[in-house]
Design a protein around this ligand. Sequence first.
Ligand SMILES: C[S@@+](CC[C@H](N)C(=O)[O-])C[C@H]1O[C@@H](n2cnc3c(N)ncnc32)[C@H](O)[C@@H]1O
Length: 290
Amino acid sequence: MAAADLTQAEYWNGEAGRRWASHQATFDGVFAPLTERLFAGADLHPGETVLDIGCGAGATTLRAAEAVGPSGRVTAVDVSAPLLAATAERVAARPAGGGAIALVEADAQTHAFARGAFDRVISRFGIMFFDESVAAFTNLHAALRPGGRLAILCWRTLAENAWIAHPLDLVRSLVPEPAPTPPDAPGPFRFAEPERLSGILAVAGFRDIAFTPVDEVLVLGRSDSGEARAAAEAAAAFSLDLGPASRLVRDQPPEIRDQAFARVQADFEARARDGAVRLAAACWLVTAVR
Ligand SMILES: C[S@@+](CC[C@H](N)C(=O)[O-])C[C@H]1O[C@@H](n2cnc3c(N)ncnc32)[C@H](O)[C@@H]1O
């Protein structure tokens, strides 16, 4: 079945969830500068209770548990069983000293969270996939204590995210153009324009809603020996096997996939500097208060 025909739960419990779970270390490495910005905005303190929405393979969950310390608590929610299983493994292997972690396999839109129980709601790219965004953010608003804060990251436009747009442009002439999705359909760029999410948050009851642009350069591939070719190979593999551009080439015949890989690798090799391929990423850090 095409990805567009799947429900979000089916999508994240299928191939996409397994891909994110088995390559969590690569995703976490590439997104590291963005994660720093999320945590700077979330401003977590020892003893706090945190709800991590769409926690995926748990990088932000572990980081939040470390920040709140042994007197704090993190509840991590995701619809994806494979991603939660990856989080559970990492939680079991973590060093002692962090806050308690509870993992919940549930839809964050409708799950009955304890009301007013959380000091913070955080999410790294986990809030753009709700079917009913107003209902979902109303539910998250009710989970926060009065004065509690939301801090989430979502992508700005595709054009501002060269780390996705550039490899897509390189392969576009080789593969059929994907069908356009309605602007409010669940997907990575759904909240690229702040007006839409800002309106949803206001209707859900949030105040002090702020959108801070986050611009970082992501390292898509690196070579320890400093070799441009090896860095380009790693970056092309990230772009075409794992990242958002991969959906265009994944179902293509092997010869098209090989041509796409060769084209992206050659371009990345030419732009590699100091053994790394770097491209720009642009997000919103969205903060709001209950
Ligand atoms: C782009 S991934 C981000 C994962 C993780 N936060 C990270 O940064 O690595 C989106 C995540 O949101 C989860 N998700 C999508 N819809 C959800 C929902 N309604 N409730 C809970 N989780 C959801 C997916 O299963 C997936 O793990």
